[in-house]
Structure formats: C-alpha cells, structure tokens
Write a protein that binds this ligand. Sequence first.
Ligand SMILES: Nc1ncnc2c1ncn2[C@@H]1O[C@H](COP(=O)(O)OP(=O)(O)OP(=O)(O)O)[C@@H](O)[C@H]1O
Ligand SMILES: [Mg+2]
Length: 230
Amino acid sequence: MLEIDDVRVGYHRSTVLHGVSVEVPKDGVAAVLGHNGAGKSTLLRAAVGLLTPTAGRVRLDGEDITRRRPHERVARGMAYVPQGQQAFPHLTTAENLRLVADGRRRGKAAVDEALHLFPALRTLASRRAGLLSGGQRQQLAIARALVTGPRVLLLDEPTEGIQPSVVTEIEETILALAGRGGLSVLLVEQHVGFAMRAAQRYYVLESGRVTSSGTGGREAEASVREALSV
Ligand SMILES: Nc1ncnc2c1ncn2[C@@H]1O[C@H](COP(=O)(O)OP(=O)(O)OP(=O)(O)O)[C@@H](O)[C@H]1O
Ligand SMILES: [Mg+2]
C-alpha cells in the first residue's frame, strides 16, 4: 500500500529523519509513536509530498511517488489531516466541507457521508468553524479529508489537546473507519493504548530514527511503553 523506504528528509540544511522506513498495510493501520520533536510530523509531510526526501523512496501501491507533488498524491487517493485542528475559521462547518467537495463527482454525497460519521457536526453545520471547540474542529478536519474519498489517510495526532469524552468519540470513529475496509491509515499518536488498539503495525521514532517496531495489538503495548520511556 503506502511504503516509506529509508527516507532521509528535513528542513533546509538540517536533516530530521535519518533513513526511516514505515509500511502501511492495505486496509490497515500503521501507528507512529514518539516524543515531541522525534520527527513524526516530518514523516507525514514527506509522505504527502510537502517535503521532498534527499534519499529514499515513497511508494503508493508499488508506484514510486517520491517526486510527485502533493496534489498528485491526493489525486491518487491520499488525504492528510495536519496536526492542530485546522479549518477555515470564517467559513461554516458545511462550507468547510463543501469547499473540498466542489467540483468532485459525488461531492454532495461525500459531504453527507462525512457528516454521518460525525453526527456532532451535523447540528453545527451552519456554525462558523472558528467558533467550534477543538474536538469539533478535529472532527471537521477528519471529515473534510474523508470528502475526497481517500484510500490512504494520514492523521497527525488526531486526539492531541482534546477533552477525554471527545477523544473517545474520535478514537471510535477512526477505529470504525479502519475497520470498514478500503482505507489504510498512517496514524501519528501519542496515546499508546489507542494507537496499539488501532494498529496492525507500530513504529517508535526517536531523534529521526525508528528504534522499535513490530506488530500492533494490545500485547505489544508494554514493549512500546518501555521503548518510549527510555
Ligand atoms: N518547519 C520547520 N523548519 C525547521 N525545522 C523544523 C520545522 N518543523 C519541524 N522542525 C524540526 O524538526 C524536528 C522534528 O519535528 P516534528 O514536528 O517532525 O516532530 P514531532 O515528532 O511531530 O513532534 P510533536 O510531537 O511535538 O508534534 C524538530 O527538531 C523540529 O524543531
Ligand atoms: Mg508533530
């Protein structure tokens, strides 16, 4: 599905990832864990094409997309939800979704589907996104990504800074999305319990290197916590 192969990438002259390999299973979830500054967001930016690796390859269904522009990757079925619950604050919830849907085949149906996944958003359709809570804005950001009908979804810390009750809602939706087939997810997540529940594969990043990886699931949780504690 999505393969990040020995990627070296950074900003200007500073290298952040020193040869990182991550594989996202078809219709499955790969979780990336690591402390602040480890390079998790940098990895997602390289995956979606906002940063170009100086070495290594990114492949989607076997096709080398390392030099493809972000919009070309989106056209191939990739969607990216950046860290920080971003939305157009002066547009309403519905307008934020329609913005992505406009000009797409099945655009309106896709907006309805996205709203169906996040019932909380339905009642907020005409509220300006700038007035939504952090959790509601995060749901909107995920919904907006889903409007493009992606095959691969890149999620950067979808539960960061969100109150616990809404975190559970967002987690359940991500699990449901991953479970219904046809969608692969690369999930950056600091909550180890949720990440390991969702993931078939996990990767621990430390200072731009994968220091631990393996099969996901509850059983691996202890070894991940240990890898993160050092
Ligand atoms: N736009 C940028 N320009 C220069 N350096 C950057 C930029 N963004 C991130 N960095 C640096 O790259 C390194 C990795 O940052 P990154 O944002 O990928 O970490 P992260 O694992 O996502 O952290 P967090 O958990 O805090 O989100 C850090 O040292 C950071 O200072
Ligand atoms: Mg980050």
